[in-house]
Design a protein around this ligand. Sequence first.
Ligand code: AMP
Length: 287
Amino acid sequence: MRVLTTIDEVRAARGAFPGLGLVPTMGFLHEGHLSLVSRAKAECGAVAVSIFVNPTQFGPNEDLARYPRDLPRDLAFLQAGGVDAVFTPSPSEIYPAGFATRIEVGAVAEPLEGASRPGHFAGVATVVAKLFNIVQPTRAYFGQKDAQQCVVIRRMTRDLDLPVEIVVAPTVREADGLALSSRNAYLEPAQRAVAPVLFRALSDARLRFEAGERNAEALRAIIREVIAREPGVDIDYVSVADPETLRELDSVGTVGLASLAARIGKTRLIDNVLLGGAAPDVRAATT
Ligand code: AMP
């Protein structure tokens, strides 16, 4: 496994891989990341992983400074996962002095995470476009866990004619349903114990949808009610939206995206399930 820290090193190494899958990450890796790595390796023949805690996608009062980091552990994990190359640039390699360009994706970046985290998706879109240009992957792999991010990246890739195929893989969960996330490391034991309520609430809404409920506000109400029963969980938003436009629905047709953000203590977690026609989530093998 090659560990590369500069853009020049990546460019020099790129020719060795005719097909290359890219998995962009912020590190502190878990089985969710590994599921993307395995799929990329199987589908592309070779896989590169970027590890970069991108400062421009964090707001001024967010957790950039305390975001969990453990590069030696991540590298061992990726080596065992059969990764061909890892790109771990410094912030100044990605944003040298004078850097000034931002990609604003438009309407799909505005609601939900975009509304709660102003500037977040401009930071994500800009760094992902740069990573695509630096690594030049044939495909790039993203997790359904960050559903809006997937929609934003797809939109950007189409709009800017970026020659990369975007692949979205299912959310990997703990045995109790909690979506794997690097931020789960922030949770104290009592907080970790209540966190599965997020997926329980979304799953209840999905069950009601499968039983015929089509009223989006009724589905949102179910999610809010289930969460309200668990003390210490503060809802940021609950949404039932069109999975492509991310516009809130009055009535769900054949498909919808139920998503939420909530705070447990200082930790902000997001999760979602697709309503209708969706591949099921997968459970982590190690938990
Ligand atoms: P992050 O390091 O959190 O920025 O995530 C890097 C990539 O891994 C993103 O495409 C995420 O959507 C994806 N990812 C994070 N958690 C999960 C999960 N539990 N299941 C599947 N993919 C995930």
